[in-house]
Design a binder for this molecule. Structure first.
Ligand code: BGC
Length: 725
């Protein structure tokens, strides 16, 4: 009897139609995302669940094993099919944090509004600016029919030669987390899921697919992970992208400590984890470690989360059904929570474009950093100006790789190598020279391309002022030298020798060495300033806008000041500096940087009232009045550094706020100081521990120039790993 019953059950299973049961009515939109996800899951076949767990690369690539779905958007980063009978949309994925990119070999690149580099946005020190930029690019992504944006790049700048530093937000966990978190929140005001990436310690490109980042747990928690934690708390991204590299021996996409212990158990983050493109390395170990979705199938010949592999793992019980359900539930919940189900992504009209251009222009203006301005050489006052180099007559450079946004109009300087991946090198058609001519009609300009240093020097000698535009191209997949490209250092020296009123405008991915810094009176860091970069630069140089950017990263004087002076290498990268990243390393080792973290000059001046610091829950609130004491409208970045004993470095950025003031105007600025920034991670307890003692709260112009300090005697304190602000 029993045997017969079993046989008939097996027969029923074999003979059962593969067709799924007809969909029951799903709960209404007012149910919670969790309830809706559970109801959808209950109606899904195994194959439907597995569909949600694997994504394809751009449709331009030939498949080997699985067939490319026809409805993937052309030249996009990725595609995960939906389940139409249950109203579950496909996931159309696009890069990235500076706008809607185009992937693959498609000849036709979609032309979209490019923001400045994320590092430039970090240099605004203005999360609101990052939020508006996110809103804008999320809107464009939607209009292109995308509903997942692979943005939110928040790896710390440990290595100033990392080729992707321009995609990240600098060296400080608070600044990076606040900027990127705001960008994510902005993107997600649209029915679009943003990622936070690349989790974690993907801090160089050399050997990124196999390299191993070695770092102690406490250091990791107070540096790279803290940046992610801040970004997740502020931005609440629907997804996190795990990184290519290994961390302490295990690949980031099969790392139980990072994917489950930290993300889910401690931070209680509810989203799904997807891999970087081709970053999966296993089926059961990755799924059980906390990976939910493999991305980029087609980049590699095989897929680890293909339905056949997942079913085989179920069959051998290496994965159990509850794990598959959990993975699918996490994806579904995010789709419901972020409006992707209720607002299907259909391609529409991008815009209003004028507004989008204004957003990127404002961002670029606010991120430009005036590094040096001897004798008030800027803003420009001159009758004749020699503009030299950097293709300033044509446009502004941008960074390469998957995040590359292609401009409307044309690549202003086509044909520069490499023209294929990791290129092309793209210049946005926004010429600083043209914009300067428009803004300063009374000035006579000459342009020299800079290829011939002697010719450039002659042009400089014949003008009142010389402006050299100097560039460095950086891109995903390779690291850079800490220098300007080509022979530009020599060009600057030649021009500076010919005209003592030489201004250098840098368009770089990150910090560069400046052997000529002492020979020129004015230096401006414009980063990759985005689609309206030429106008933004011209407005700052001419004084239409007072510069208000501050460095989000330390500019070293020489390579030997870095924790790892030798070029990035393969294999184990032992981050022996621990949490002492950037300015913390410089402070700890008493090194004088060329330009300090937080540094940036203005055309106006600001005065500060007395500083007060009071306890506020587990954290603190600092208050100070700031007055614009100069003659021009301008923005001040109020910076507060905290210091205590037993830390990785003498001080940390504790809080910051940007305030725009008219001449004579005064504002009261309030800064909230997160209690984790006054603590160290205690692996034994575990959690955040603050020792009893004296703690200093200092106003500052940079990590090296301090104003008033308030000192408080604080008792010991402890925060659990689950603590949230
Ligand atoms: C990059 C990711 C990107 C992905 C999809 C990878 O090469 O590391 O940042 O989102 O490609 O284009």
């Amino acid at each position: 009897m029993r045997a017969y019953w079993l046989i008939s059950l097996v027969a029923a299973a074999v003979l059962a139609p593969a067709r799924p049961a007809a969909a029951q009515a799903l709960p209404p939109a007012r149910a919670t995302p969790e309830q809706r996800a559970a109801a959808a899951l209950a109606q899904m076949t195994l194959d439907e669940k597995l569909t949600l767990l694997m994504g394809y690369f751009s449709t331009d690539f030939a498949r080997t094993q699985y067939t490319a779905p026809p409805e993937g958007r052309a030249a996009s980063a990725g595609y995960v099919p939906g389940i139409p009978r249950l109203g579950i949309p496909a996931q159309w994925q696009t890069d990235a944090g500076m706008g809607v990119a185009s992937q693959g070999r498609a000849a036709e690149k979609r032309a979209r509004t490019a923001l400045p580099s994320t590092l430039a946005t970090a240099a605004t020190w203005d999360p609101q600016m990052a939020f508006f930029g996110g809103q804008m690019i999320g809107n464009e992504a939607r209009a292109d029919g995308f509903n997942v944006m692979l943005a939110g790049s928040v790896n710390l700048m440990r290595e100033p030669r990392n080729g992707r530093n321009f995609e990240y937000a600098g060296e400080d966990p608070l600044l990076a987390g606040a900027i990127v978190g705001a960008q994510i929140a902005g993107i997600q005001t649209n029915p679009v899921i943003s990622t936070a990436k690349h989790y974690a310690v993907n801090d160089q490109e050399t050997d990124r697919g196999a390299g191993n980042s070695v770092i102690g747990e406490a250091a990791l928690r107070t540096s790279d992970l803290l940046a992610f934690q801040f970004a997740l708390e502020r931005g609440r991204p629907g997804a996190v992208m795990c990184a290519y590299n290994r961390i302490n021996g295990s690949y980031g996409c099969e790392h139980p400590f990072l994917l489950t212990q930290i993300l889910r158990t401690e931070w209680q983050w509810p989203g799904y984890v997807l891999t970087d493109w081709g970053a999966a390395h296993s089926t059961a170990p990755a799924a059980n470690a906390g990976l939910d979705q493999e991305s980029g199938y087609g980049l590699q010949r095989d897929a680890w989360f293909g339905a056949d592999k997942l079913k085989a793992a179920l069959g051998t019980r290496k994965i159990d059904q509850r794990r598959i359900d959990l993975m699918a539930t996490r994806v579904l919940t995010a789709l419901y929570a972020h409006g992707l189900v209720d607002h299907p992504a259909t391609p529409g009209i991008v815009g209003p474009l004028d507004m989008h251009r204004w957003v990127t222009q404002r961002d670029a203006e606010a991120g430009i950093v005036l590094l040096k301005n001897l004798g008030g050489l800027l803003p420009l006052v001159a009758k004749t100006i020699a503009v030299i180099g950097g293709h300033a007559d044509k446009g502004v450079i941008s960074g390469g790789g998957s995040s590359q946004v292609y401009p409307d109009g044309v690549n202003a300087v086509p044909g520069i190598a490499p023209t294929e991946w990791p290129g092309p090198v793209v210049y946005y058609p926004s010429s600083p020279l043209d914009e300067l001519r428009t803004i300063l009609p009374g000035v006579s300009f000459t342009f020299t391309d800079g290829a011939d240093a002697a010719a450039a020097a002659r042009a400089a000698a014949a003008a009142d002022v010389a402006i050299v535009f100097a560039t460095q191209w950086a891109t995903e997949s390779v690291d850079v030298a800490l220098t300007l490209d080509g022979d530009q250092d020599r060009l600057i020296e030649a021009v500076a020798n010919a005209n003592r009123k030489t201004i250098v405008v840098l368009e770089t991915g990150g910090p560069v060495l400046m052997p000529w810094a002492g020979q020129v009176p004015a230096i401006v860091e414009a980063w990759y300033p985005g689609r309206m970069g030429g106008l933004a630069i011209a407005r700052v140089l001419s004084g239409q806008v007072s510069p208000s950017g501050r460095l989000p990263a330390t500019f070293p004087r020489s390579l030997d000041q870095l924790p790892h002076p030798e070029a990035p290498h393969k294999g184990d990268v032992d981050y022996t500096e621990g949490a002492a990243v950037g300015y913390k390393w410089f402070d700890k080792n008493n090194l004088e940087p060329l330009f300090a973290f937080g540094h940036g000059l203005s055309y106006t001046s600001f005065g500060y009232g007395p500083l007060s610091v009071t306890r506020d829950g587990d954290g603190f609130t600092a208050k100070v009045a700031v007055t614009n004491t100069g003659a021009r409208r301008g923005s001040e970045v109020v910076q507060l550094y905290v210091s205590g004993g037993g830390w990785e470095a003498p001080r940390r950025l504790g809080g910051f706020s940007k305030v725009e003031l008219a001449p004579g105007e005064r504002a009261l600025v309030e800064l909230r100081i997160d209690p984790r920034l006054l603590a160290v991670w205690d692996v034994r307890v575990p959690g955040w521990s603050r020792a009893a003692g004296r703690y200093h709260f200092s106003l500052a112009q940079s990590s090296r120039v301090f104003g008033e300090t308030v000192t408080l005697q604080l008792p010991a304190g402890h925060l659990t790993p689950q603590w949230r602000p």
